[in-house]
Structures are given as C-alpha cells and as structure tokens.
Design a protein around this ligand. Structure first.
Ligand code: ADP
Length: 527
C-alpha cells in the first residue's frame, strides 16, 4: 500500500486541529477543527479541561481521516504539535487528570516565581534552561498543582502521578496509557530541563519540590518512539514527530541553517531563529530554547515501545545512539500585540470594518504623516519586557487622519519585529539574510513589504501557511524515513511571494530612529 499520507495533530490554545497531508503532492488534503472551552476561574487564571482536549482531538483525528475517503493504512505516520508550556497532571492508574490543565497564559504562579527570583535564581535558570523566570513556563504550574490539590504530593512521591505538557498527555492517550514521553522542544519550555546536559535538572526540581518520577521520558522530535493503539484508527500508526508549536513552525519553514528565521504574525508575533548546535543564553532579553532534536538512528526509545516501561530519564540513555542525535537550538522573542492591534482598530476604534481594509487604506496612504502607534496594550514583550508599558500614539498634529493611524498600526507590527531581530543579531552575531513568514496577518502584502523595507532583507511567504502542522508532518515523515534528510524536505517548501526591500537607507534609518523614540514614550506608564 502506498503510504503517502501524514496526519498532523495541531493542538492549539483555543482549538484542536487535525490536518491530513498528501506528501507526494505536498498538499493539504483535509483539515478538521474543534474549539474547546477556555476556563477563567479568577482574574489572570486560565485553565483547560484535559479530557475535553483529548476527546476533541480524537474526534477531529477520526473525522479528518474518515471524511477524506482514505484508508488509515495509507497513513505512514502521525506528527504532533501543541500549545507549549501548558501542563496536565494525571493519575497513572486511572488516566484521569487530577486538576484542569494550567494554561501558558495563566499568571497564578507569579508569586512562586517571585520567590525563585528573591532566592537569586535568575542566572542559574537562564544558564540551565535558557529561559527567564516567569509564570509562563510549566515548572511552577506543576509545583502549584502538587501543593494545592489535596493528596497530590503524597501520590506523586509514590510514583502514582504523571505530569506532562499537552504533547505528553495526547501521546499517553493515543497509546492507550502505555507511553509517557515528551520531546526535547517541549521539555525545554518547562523551566525544569537543562538544555546543555539534555536532561531534567535535579537542582531545579529540588528548588521547586517536584519529584522527578512524575516527569516523562524525553525523546527526539523526530524518530519512531511509539505507535497509536489499535482502538484509535483500527490499525496502529507510528507517532514519529513531536514539537512545540513555534518550533514546529520553524521546522515547517525549513529554517534548517543557522541564521535562518521565521516570524509568525498572529494575535502576537513569534520570532524564532535557528542558531545551530550549541546553546547560547541570551544577553539581550530573548529566550534560548531547543528547536528540535533529530534522531538519525532508528528506534529512539529503549525497550519495547508498548510496554509502558520507562527507560532512564537521562536523555543520553533514552535515545538509541547519542552520537546520531542532532540537537538544534533557537533564539526566540515574542511580541505581545500584533494582529490584536488590527482587531483593536476594527472592534474598539471602529476605524476599519475588516482586517483586510487596513491593508487597502495603508496601500493608499503614502505615509503616516509622522504618527507612530506603540500597541503596548498589555505591556511590552521581547526585548523590552516592560509589563507596565501601555499603548501610545505620538506625533499627532492637526493634519492627522484616520488613515495615518491605521497605517501606523500596521507599521508598528513590523517595527516591533525589527526590535526582536536587532536583539537576535546582537545575541547571535548572525546577520539575518531573509525572513520566512506565516500566520493570519502575513496575508497582508502591505505589512510584508514594509517588513522587508525596515529589515532590509527579503521576506518570503510560503504557499502553505499552515506551517505549524506542516512542521509536525515533516518531523514525522523524516522520523519514518519518508525523506532521507532535511535537505530533501527543503525541496518541498514552495514560495508564494517574495517581498524585496525598496526603501532607501536614509528613510529606513530615520523611520526606525523615530520608532525607538516612540517606544520609549510608552515605557513604565502604568506604575
Ligand atoms: P492566532 O493564531 O494568534 O489566533 P492567526 O494566525 O489566526 O492568529 O491570525 C489572526 C490575526 O491576524 C488577527 O489578529 C487579525 O487581526 C490579523 N489579520 C488577519 N488578516 C489581516 C490582514 N489582512 N491584515 C492585517 N492583519 C490581519
């Protein structure tokens, strides 16, 4: 049977998707999507129901296969990509979650993080994990559940509880409760994983009082580490690709060489740059994270994949042959408000009726007439990390029109991304040569052209902008040997449009200088 299909499961923050790819044609055959509840128990707290995530994911998985008319036997592999940092703790014997999933956005552990900071752990955490101490990451969320769910810590110490990010939770369920694994890219977002030694960090686990036995075995992002139970689709299918959503998008954009980067323009912007095979803690307020680990040596786990037995969690012993393992690191920076600023123009200010109208207005307005908008609605992310910054409009004169504000908002998305790239350049010493783009707002030709102008490099938009799912599919295909190398995958990447810089150096320098002045005006406003 020709096994030309790969099924990608894309478990996001607001919905679970299943995307079926025909890898011979390099096309999407079918997509199914199921949203789920967002639970806000208190201001700043965000939870998901893990059972709802699992049942919704399973539903779309089956639906996408059944409604496409293919036979499950034609699927060569499954790839998984997921919302990162969100954690689930479940009972090992019953498979039932002991609490809702605590979502990456949830701020409930800010105090636990402050305590780590007071204890002076910033440098240690940065050195070991590549991250800054923040409630965003999984570690303190696990700590919170163990402390606050009655009896949880006691059971955890006895090895009766399992913990994992969403990839881990899905794989546990897809294998009928037999396999408890996560991949390196997801592990690197927990604030518990040592990205230099490639293993759970005993010191950090001790500080956070988390028993190591509840954590999953860490496996490569690509390589066969288990297969689905027969109940899922009637035949077992290898699971051979796993990566957190942003890392999967970097892979889907075939950013395989050091110095290649992608920017995903959604509600916010997520910018990742491949920096090669060595970790490099950021000196300019970015995150250093594992992009992916590729196993080139066949079966990636010790022992029988379906026995449920765990091998030593030390990463070096969890792969078949350490020398064949290829680790790639990335620098990451995120902008909190990007596409959300377009929504603000539409929903709060009523200056546009649709997101697309912003592009038409901007195309037909030669400049912003000196206006700069800094959409720091919820503070500023990388590289400023100012949670007290607030939105600012500067340069207004009697001649300022609606069109100028609209254009300035679109431009602000490109300027904020430029700020992150400047930090990346300083950190990595690498000059960016081109930028791959995806996400909802990357459809805007105006924004993409302006981004090329401000960065002074080519901006490339691919034909398939579902790069997160595509990345998971590529990782899975590589894992089962559908391609022999990453170079072969790169040949599949197809360009939709390239945007070449047209702005003069003087204009670019002047505009960016003014932007930096505008950003300064937004700092520490809400103090
Ligand atoms: P997310 O995954 O974060 O929900 P998406 O990748 O779906 O986001 O992108 C949606 C965002 O893209 C919205 O914030 C929207 O304002 C923005 N957007 C959509 N179309 C355009 C457009 N033509 N011009 C500018 N922004 C757009």
């Amino acid at each position: 049977m020709n096994k030309k299909y790969i099924l990608a499961l894309d478990q996001g923050t607001t919905s679970s998707r299943a995307v079926l790819f025909d890898m011979e044609k390099g096309e999407i055959v079918n997509i199914k999507n199921k949203p789920f509840k967002q639970i806000y128990p208190r201001a700043g707290w965000v939870e998901h129901d893990p059972e709802e995530i699992w049942s919704g994911q399973l539903e779309v998985l089956r639906d996408v296969v059944n409604s496409s008319g293919i036979s499950p036997g034609e699927i060569s592999a499954i790839g998984i990509t997921n919302q990162r940092e969100t954690v689930v703790l479940w009972d090992k014997n019953t498979g039932k979650p002991i609490y809702n999933a605590i979502v990456w956005q949830c701020r409930r552990t800010a105090d636990l993080c402050n305590r780590l900071k007071v204890d002076g752990l910033q440098d240690v955490v940065k050195e070991k994990t590549g991250l800054v101490i923040d409630a965003y990451f999984s570690g303190t969320k696990i700590q919170w559940i163990l402390k606050n769910v009655p009896g949880a810590m006691e059971k955890a110490r006895k090895g009766e509880i399992l913990a994992g990010t969403i990839d881990s939770w899905l794989i546990w369920n897809l294998t009928g409760g037999k396999v408890h694994v996560t991949d390196y890219s997801n592990a690197s977002r927990t604030m518990l994983f040592n990205i230099n030694e490639l293993q759970w960090d005993k010191d950090l686990l001790k500080y956070m009082d988390i028993p190591e036995c509840i954590l999953s075995e860490v496996v490569p992002s690509s390589g066969v580490f288990c297969e689905t139970s027969k109940d899922i689709l009637g035949v077992p299918i290898p699971i051979s690709g796993v990566a957190g959503d942003q890392q999967a998008a970097l892979f889907g954009q075939v950013c395989f060489e050091p110095g290649t980067a992608k920017n995903t323009y959604g509600t916010g912007c997520f910018i990742l740059m491949n920096i090669g095979n060595k970790p490099k803690p950021s000196e300019h307020n970015l995150l250093n994270t594992i992009a992916w680990v590729i196993d080139n040596g066949g079966n990636t786990r010790k022992g029988n994949t379906n026995t449920g037995e765990k091998s030593n969690k030390n990463a070096d012993s969890s792969v078949s042959n350490g020398s064949k393992r290829e680790v790639t690191y990335a620098l990451e920076g995120s902008v909190f408000n990007a596409g959300s600023a377009i929504q603000w123009l539409r929903d709060e200010l009523g200056l546009i009726k649709t997101a697309h109208e912003s592009d038409i207005i901007a195309e037909n307005t030669p400049d912003t007439n000196g206006v700069y908008v800094v959409p720091a609605f919820t503070g500023l992310g990388a590289p400023y990390w100012d949670m007290y910054a607030r939105g600012t409009i500067v340069g207004i004169t009697r001649g300022t029109k609606r069109e100028h504000i609209v254009r300035a908002v679109l431009e602000s998305i490109a300027y904020q991304s430029m700020d992150v790239f400047e930090a990346m350049k300083k950190d990595s010493g690498i000059e960016l040569k081109e930028l791959k783009v995806d996400g909802g707002a990357s459809v805007s030709d105006f924004l993409m052209q302006f981004q090329a102008d401000i960065l002074n490099i080519d901006v490339k938009r691919p034909k398939i902008t579902e790069t997160t799912a595509l990345g998971a599919a590529y990782l899975a295909g590589l894992g089962v040997g559908m391609w022999s190398s990453k170079e072969e995958i790169a040949k599949n990447w197809a360009l939709d449009k390239v945007f070449t810089p047209k702005m003069s150096r003087e204009e670019r320098t002047m505009k960016y200088m003014k932007w930096k002045k505008a950003v300064e005006r937004s700092f520490k406003w809400d103090i």
